[in-house]
Design a protein around this ligand. Structure first.
Ligand code: ADP
Ligand code: MG
Length: 678
């Protein structure tokens, strides 16, 4: 069964599906919607709230008029109900005048605003009353799209896929499904695409989130059984070069940094395998702690590896460490290993690592490819640990002698998760930010403030600073109006003078291209970077002082907090502008939490309290642990249940060998081979 067997999918459309990572009709079942369109009961005009997307039922006063405004054809019409009247406008849709004639009743759905003291909707969708009443209460899926492939086309393909392919067998033991009142798996997969109600959606989402959290907990619990304090063959002592290194750093270490380094040095010299977590908020300076540990290891004649969750971040670490080696004239060799190396580059890199011609090895999870053998790997560091998915320590342990491990994380996580993840770890906390930092100034603004923001950004650029603008999407989407980097960066070129260098960055670009752009930004060849959230983790360009986030209301607050961490990384005053395109009371209230707090976890908790269940889809708090549906903040209780269930199952059947657990065993093996989890 191929994609092209589906009606409406030819070779061209098939290509487009490949772009979305969909290769077979089976993949379509797991191509979950990003968000949904909701159809609420229409409101009275007098009860409409500005800023919200709403439905209104109205009679048309007079036939629609079409006029030319700035070369555009503007269609407008007035409607009324018992409670009041309002104006509706559409651009470039003159044909509507045949539909919108005096006396007729329609349902209009759009964002409500006030203009010249007149309630208006711009570009509302139009429905006949019967058509709309059938949709009330339902949710329509909105998928991530790519140019040339509309939401409607994806919906059609997904619907067909369900009639050809049967989703996988349920792997969660029946008694757990019963105890936790989980929707059967197949039902959940169907309902996540086409939920009949908000409740149906919630039940489906809960089931799928449980799957992820349960597998995750199982994998962790099974791993933990095998780990005990082990003797280490790598005894590492502080080399004399380090005194000079610390003295010559351009800054003095904070107390937290110094303590973390001291604890690490003690661990490395102890004769036991180190297993330590360094936790510190964004910008607290975790990198230097990692670098010091790597240098000490390498100067003792061993190899040290540093793994980052994205190529962008790996590249950045590589650049910075290479520069340090040069500056301090240390006789150490540094190498970068990512998935995008050519076959030849890979072979050369692997050889260098095997022959101990490389001392410091930096990369993505490509560092742990089965074919890659290390000569004397004594230390493994994971940066932004919470971004990875449960097994890589195990994989490493299998790579010969057990190396010391150090993980670094910024995201404060719920206690249940911390207990799962860090039960067997020592923890160093960096509580303070470096002394030279000024607190970031935050502003929540509406769309009408954009031009002022651009002026402000231009001012900063003229002062020699750099800026980020974040948009939620890569490409336009025909069903939800959100800013996308492709069109936004084009638009900005006509807003800013020619001498302002603007570039665009997103996850769908080729690795090389991404690397190039990040490098240019780092070296200040780019002034203004229009990016998706790919820069969310770890990126460090201290000269950047403004971050402007479009459609800020669409993001989880914890994620916005991480994003904001990209600025305020030097002594310069930094600014974060949240553009609230919804501009409703509720979104204002939510976003204002960011101005009043700097604690990522507290921010996430507050956020959840403010939002109703219907508000949660489409907004994920963070990409923590790379779950595709589960979110460690909003599913904190579900995680606790899943962890309890995992412990229970293993207490009954430690190796999952009993008949009722066969499917589970299979699924878990698959999961472990696919995920890089700590
Ligand atoms: P994070 O904890 O988010 O990984 P980084 O290690 O990237 O933070 O550090 C952020 C910035 O702060 C970097 O540019 C780094 O050089 C700088 N920095 C680190 N430690 C100090 C310090 N003690 N004083 C001043 N600046 C520091
Ligand atoms: Mg970092």
């Amino acid at each position: 069964m191929q994609l092209t067997d589906l009606k409406g999918v030819g070779p061209k459309t098939e290509e487009l599906f490949h772009k979305l990572g969909v290769y077979t009709p089976g993949d379509l079942l797991y191509y979950f919607p990003n968000t949904y369109l909701q159809f609420d009961e229409p409101k009275l005009i007098a009860n409409l709230q500005e800023g919200e997307q709403q439905a209104v039922a109205g009679f048309i006063d007079r036939d629609a008029s079409v006029v030319n405004v700035h070369g555009l054809r503007l269609t407008s019409v007035y409607i009324h109900d018992l409670s009041g009247h309002m104006k509706l406008t559409w651009f470039n849709a003159p044909f509507l005048k045949h539909t919108l004639t005096a006396g007729h009743l329609f349902i209009f759905v759009g964002k409500v605003s006030r203009f010249n003291n007149q309630l208006t909707m711009s570009q509302p969708k139009i429905y006949k009353t019967e058509e709309y009443s059938r949709k009330i209460g339902t949710l329509e899926p909105v998928y991530a799209q790519t140019k040339g492939l509309s939401n409607q086309a994806i919906v059609k393909a997904v619907k067909q896929a369900f009639s050809f392919v049967t989703p996988e067998e349920d792997f969660v033991p029946a008694k757990l499904c019963y105890n936790r009142q989980l929707l059967p798996l197949r039902k959940a997969i169907a309902a996540i695409h086409f939920p009949e109600s908000l409740e149906a959606f919630s039940a489906a989402r809960r089931r799928l989130a449980y799957n992820e959290l349960f597998l995750f907990s199982l994998a962790l619990a099974m791993k933990k059984k095998n780990s005990t304090q082990a003797k280490s063959v790598y005894r590492i002592t502080r080399p004399p070069e380090m005194d000079v290194f610390f003295q010559k750093l351009p800054f003095a270490l904070t107390k937290g940094q110094a303590n973390a380094i001291k604890s690490i040095e003690e661990d490395l010299a102890s004769g036991f395998v180190m297993n330590r977590l360094v936790q510190g908020d964004v910008g607290s300076g975790k990198t230097i702690v990692a670098v010091a540990a790597m240098l000490e290891t390498a100067l003792n004649g061993f190899q040290a590896a540093l793994m980052a969750p994205t190529e962008i971040l790996a590249e950045q670490h590589y650049q910075k460490i290479s520069a340090l080696l040069k500056e301090f004239q240390l006789p150490l060799r540094c190498i970068l290993v990512t998935g995008s190396l050519t076959a030849k580059e890979k072979r050369l890199a692997y050889e260098a690592i095997q022959n101990h011609e490389a001392d410091l090895i930096i990369g993505t999870h490509a560092l742990f490819q089965a074919q890659l053998d290390y000569a004397r790997l004594a230390l493994v560091i994971t940066d932004e640990q919470h971004r990875f998915g449960v097994n890589q320590r195990k994989e490493l342990a299998e790579k010969g002698q057990r190396p010391h491990t150090l993980v670094m994380s910024a995201t404060p996580i719920p206690r249940t998760l911390a207990m799962l993840l860090y039960a067997d770890m020592q923890v160093s906390q960096i509580r303070e930010l470096p002394a030279n930092r000024l607190p970031i100034k935050n502003a929540v603004v509406g769309e009408n403030y954009r031009n002022n923001s651009y002026k402000f950004i231009y001012g900063e650029i003229q002062k020699g600073r750099q800026a980020y603008i974040i948009c939620p999407m890569v490409e336009p989407n025909d069903t939800i109006e959100l800013e996308n980097v492709t069109e936004y960066s084009k638009k900005l070129r006509s807003v800013f003078p020619k001498d302002v260098h603007i570039a665009c960055l997103h996850g769908k670009m080729k690795a090389e291209e991404k690397e190039n752009i990040m490098n240019q930004f780092l070296h200040h060849d780019i002034d203004l970077l229009v990016s998706t959230t790919v820069v969310e983790v770890g990126v460090d360009v201290p000269n950047a002082t403004v971050m402007m986030i479009e459609n800020a209301e669409r993001f989880g607050l914890a994620q916005l907090h991480q994003l904001r961490g990209r600025v305020g990384r030097s002594g310069h005053q930094s600014f974060c502008i949240f553009v609230d395109t919804k501009n409703s009371e509720n979104s204002k209230k939510r976003l204002s939490i960011l101005s009043s707090s700097n604690d990522g976890f507290a921010i996430a908790e507050e956020d959840l309290k403010l939002r109703g269940p219907g508000d949660i889809f489409g907004i994920r708090q963070s990409g923590v642990l790379n779950f595709s549906i589960a979110d460690i903040y909003q599913d904190k209780d579900l995680l606790a249940s899943a962890a309890e269930d995992a412990r229970y199952i293993l207490s009954q059947d430690p190796n999952l060998e009993e008949n009722e657990n066969i499917e589970l065993r299979k699924k878990l093996d698959e999961y472990r081979s696919e995920s890089y989890t700590l």
